[in-house]
Design a protein around this ligand. Sequence first.
Ligand SMILES: Cc1cc2nc3c(=O)[nH]c(=O)nc-3n(C[C@H](O)[C@H](O)[C@H](O)COP(=O)(O)OP(=O)(O)OC[C@H]3O[C@@H](n4cnc5c(N)ncnc54)[C@H](O)[C@@H]3O)c2cc1C
Length: 420
Amino acid sequence: MAAEGRRVGVIGAGMVGVCTASYLQRDGHSVFLIDPGIPGEGASFGNAGAFNASSVTPVAMPGVIRKVPKWLLDPLGPLALRWSYLPTVLPYLYRFWRAGTAEKVHAQARALRPLVGPTLTMLRPLAEAAAAEEFVHQRGHLYVYRSPEALAKDGLAWTLRRENGVVADEFDADELRQLEPTLSREYVRGLLVRENGHTSNPFGLVTRLVDHFRRQGGEVIRARALGFRLEGRRLGAIRTDAGEFPADAAVVCAGAYSKPLAAGLGDKVPLETERGYHLMISDPEVMPRIPTADSDGKFVATPMALGLRFAGTVELAGLDAPPDWRRARILLEQGRRMLPGLAASHAEERLSVWMGHRPSMPDSLPVLGPSGISPDVLYAFGHGHVGMTAAPMTGRVIADLVSGRPAPIDIAPFAAGRFR
Ligand SMILES: Cc1cc2nc3c(=O)[nH]c(=O)nc-3n(C[C@H](O)[C@H](O)[C@H](O)COP(=O)(O)OP(=O)(O)OC[C@H]3O[C@@H](n4cnc5c(N)ncnc54)[C@H](O)[C@@H]3O)c2cc1C
């Protein structure tokens, strides 16, 4: 089959789908995006916006499962669980626990670095073509700690980053104050990774990329993909609630909603949603210049075009449960502690909250590559906490595969069948 000029349907118009569609289009394919909603309004809307090349540390780290009871009992803690959801999520938690051995996390970090490391390099050509550079910045990412002991406890994370070539500059309390004067004096250690970047408007960025994709002849179809019509092992069409769309290749980029599409092809993947929240303050009294992660609270403060965003926390409650906005309010309390220059209270109209679904796999690695049954249907989902960062390279990988070239990075660790 001719590798160029194929008709390719990309299912899901979040950051991953849109970067994938953009790279496919650049390769000369005729590309359409399918999404039942507005492009960029999924998880890609409300995240912390970090393009962290250094994000090689899996969520399941050795010992993390032992911290879970303490986190669950702490109403301000970084993890919450709806108890009614426990039976459903148990198999995932078991796999999560099994993934977090010392040996495995080194391998996971090695696998992730080529996917996340070149994030800005791979994003820039897309952002430039789409006139979206104003939303992409490289000011680094700052990790702050309240004690040398807290930093020491994070030792393995820093070992994994350093092993994979991440360079971080360490700051003591005084230096930290000079670097980022808005921060609380409670913080006594900071590590700055200068190669990291961020977007000041994740939704704006996805929207500009989609607009450019359309101008280049790409189509955006408002429909929900339901499955595939295969002719033997070859793809005939993508089935949707608005009828069938013939395609030579399809890419599943439906984020946390990808599981049934893969299951329909016989690939049973343990995809789970790690729900996360954000709270934004418009016109804040103070704003850090550099996106800053509080390692105790596991949240990030990001300077955004529309205000200051605190984003983070994990809630295990599935795709359908209504949001628990107390989780977002916690971020406000923690944020005020991080940045004491913020007012002690804010008028409600200056605050906004959001909840979204991280598409997470137990080993913190995405599913990236061909489906088990057909070489024409490819997967690109499950990027968990790092989907904004990993999206540009994911798009490049898929475009290479669809065009008949070898993937530019090792994708064996991302195989759909690895949990069989
Ligand atoms: C609080 C929070 C903070 C985060 N911070 C960061 C960060 O700083 N940096 C980072 O890299 N990552 C971050 N993430 C993770 C990141 O947001 C996600 O990994 C990423 O947005 C996933 O992108 P996606 O395109 O796979 O999914 P989504 O953006 O969710 O897009 C999936 C799309 O698929 C569509 N869809 C669903 N079902 C179907 C169907 N059947 N047919 C067609 N379309 C369908 C949906 O409508 C949606 O538009 C954060 C996440 C959260 C929740």
